[in-house]
Design a protein around this ligand. Structure first.
Ligand code: F3S
Length: 247
């Protein structure tokens, strides 16, 4: 991993206040302050975390992988908003004090690492794969028109970072609520003309833990680092449920 060199230090510094908690050692969580040199205009929060881990405290735990806003693993709560640490530049926060906490509504494993099991269970439950129904044509491809493709394309970019899941207050109060990530990903298949399980998928969201429990708070839409619109998917799924009923 690239590491910030001491020789590149400037006078400027950024102060990271990081949520720390080791369930085996700590009675309760606390914030720990670290000083990180602000060496470049485009320094990211993730680079700051690596600096701390590699230079100041190698016991700091956090997740990251691609460093390109694609894997979704470095999602965390940064200065009041759920974001990806890899595509959040320190300069865009417009302060030299950065407070970082882990994703919400999931048990803490250590520091900024949470147990994503509740999130992945919901993802598994919604059957996040194509159910084509018909055998593959002899051509070997399930063709779509460009217009058909566009409908699913707008939803396909979800990176499963859980920013929307953590920002939703209904997810906080109702553990079985499927939540914005599930709705967006169900909508992705409901909108895909190659899928034949529309009724089954609509039944999943049309129950007490489904779309009708959404309070249209829009946090999910505001935090999505890929600019997707889970609340738009919720509205679309509600419409599809109603259309199905009156057909
Ligand atoms: Fe939650 Fe988004 Fe609805 S934040 S309440 S799922 S609009």
């Amino acid at each position: 991993m690239p590491c910030l060199s001491d020789t590149m230090r400037t006078q400027e510094a950024v102060f990271f206040h990081i949520f720390r908690f080791h369930p085996d050692n700590d009675k309760k969580p606390y914030l720990q302050k670290f000083e990180v040199p602000f060496i470049r205009k485009d320094l990211t929060v993730l680079e700051g975390l690596y600096y701390i881990q590699q230079r100041l405290d190698d016991s700091l735990a956090f997740r990251s992988s691609c460093r390109a806003a694609i894997c979704g693993s470095c999602a965390m709560h940064i200065n009041g908003k759920y974001r990806l640490a890899c595509n959040t530049q320190v300069s865009e926060l417009k302060t030299n004090t950065i407070t970082i906490r882990p994703l919400a509504h999931m048990p803490i494993i250590k520091d900024l690492v949470v147990d994503m099991k509740p999130f992945w269970e919901k993802y598994e439950y919604i059957k996040p794969y194509l159910i084509p129904g018909k055998p593959l044509p002899a051509t070997g491809e399930r063709l779509q028109s460009p217009e058909e493709r566009v409908k699913a394309d707008l939803l396909i970019d979800c990176i499963l970072c859980a920013c929307c899941h953590s920002s939703c207050p209904v997810t906080a109060s109702h553990k079985k609520y499927l939540g914005p990530m599930s709705f967006l990903n169900i909508d992705r298949f409901v909108s895909d003309t190659r899928d034949s399980a529309k009724e089954e998928r609509l039944a999943i969201v049309n129950d007490e833990h489904g779309v009708w429990r959404c309070h249209t708070i829009f946090n999910c839409q505001e935090v999505c680092p890929k600019d997707l619109n889970p609340s738009g998917s919720i509205a679309h799924l509600k419409m599809e449920i109603i259309k199905n009923k009156i057909r």
